[in-house]
Ligand binder design. Structure first.
Ligand code: SAM
Length: 303
């Protein structure tokens, strides 16, 4: 079984040959240094047996090469820009049946296509699905939110028994996803992500590592689904509550909730939330309990 790629033209040469100038509207910032993509893959700690790797936005394909060089046996990539298809098809040919590219939009694609293509490559069901990508920064947050919804419902690629995500975000977004209670970057995305996953940074990548160089640094965040999720309501229910709370992030909860429900103090007390706290100081567990009680009692949020 192949586990290393043969020698291939350099990414720089391919970009020159196919005139693959980066398009800003598709958030294209490429990594040209294989030491960095190898490091991302090694820090992602991929389980390779019975595993499907799904890469979002492979572009010219350097991260894809690192995934394949790690020994992955089934890799499906989804790329929106047709200009990259010829170079990715070359990689497909060199991969000895371990890699396929789909031309499509990851926000809109039917995940059953990804799973079907993966099954055809490996001829089996998967125990592990790893989602990887140097995400297009312009749609990174909507993509993550969509995946969290699918994870909550065990849908699409998240229907596999084990799913993990190792994803590159702008550093500031990575800070938000991973911030725990009382950290200044704490916000809606922290609570929503951590209600379902253990979320932590595995690698910081300076802006100078990308071509063209973006304005900000990046971080690779790993999200591993919790064995027992903290989420007890629907994810939409939790999103509603945190959106409401963080609209007035500098105010105390007693003030934020007062205008909305007369019984707010009782509700906060039931969740063991000190009403003098600000939203960023509330733990994920407390927010999940609050969303659960609100949903269970049919309390309407003021939208
Ligand atoms: N993986 C490459 C790398 O690390 O050098 C490229 C990363 S670049 C930041 C983001 C890639 O995502 C680009 O190739 C872009 O065309 C692609 N892309 C943008 N929006 C997309 C979408 N909605 N679905 C799939 N791919 C998308």
């Amino acid at each position: 079984m192949a586990s290393k790629l043969p020698k291939l033209p350099s990414i720089r040469d391919l970009i020159r040959l196919y005139d693959l100038r980066a398009k800003q509207q598709l958030s294209q910032n490429f990594i040209m240094d294989k030491n960095i993509t190898d490091k991302i893959v090694s820090l992602a700690g991929l389980e390779l047996d019975n595993a499907l790797c799904v890469e979002v936005g492979p572009g010219p394909g350097l991260l894809t090469r690192s995934i394949l060089d790690s020994g992955a046996q089934a890799v499906i990539a989804v790329e929106k820009d047709p200009r990259f298809i010829p170079t990715l098809q070359q990689l497909q040919d060199a991969s000895e049946g371990r890699f396929q590219v789909i031309l499509g939009d990851m926000l809109k694609i039917n995940h059953s296509e990804i799973m079907d293509r993966g099954r055809n490559l490996a001829d089996r069901e998967f125990e592990h699905v790893h989602l990887l990508g140097n995400l297009p920064f312009g749609v990174a947050t909507p993509l993550l939110v969509q995946w969290l919804h699918m994870l909550a419902m065990k849908e699409g690629i998240f229907s596999a028994p084990n799913a993990s995500m190792s994803l590159m975000f702008q550093k500031e977004v990575g800070d938000r996803i991973t911030a725990v209670a009382s950290e200044s970057a704490r916000g809606r995305l922290s609570v929503v992500a951590q209600s379902l996953c253990d979320a932590f940074k595995i690698y910081n990548v300076p802006s100078t590592s990308f071509v063209p160089k973006p304005k900000v640094d990046a971080s690779v965040v790993q999200l591993r689904p919790l064995e027992t999720p903290l989420l007890k309501s629907s994810l939409a229910g939790l999103e509603h509550v945190v959106r409401f709370a963080f609209m007035k992030r500098r105010k105390m909860l007693s003030k934020i909730f007062k205008d909305w429900d007369a019984k707010h103090l009782v509700l906060l007390e039931e969740c063991e939330i000190d009403p003098r706290l600000r939203p960023q100081d509330v733990t994920t567990e407390q927010f999940c309990q609050l969303a659960y009680l609100i949903e269970q009692r049919g309390i309407k949020l003021p939208y």
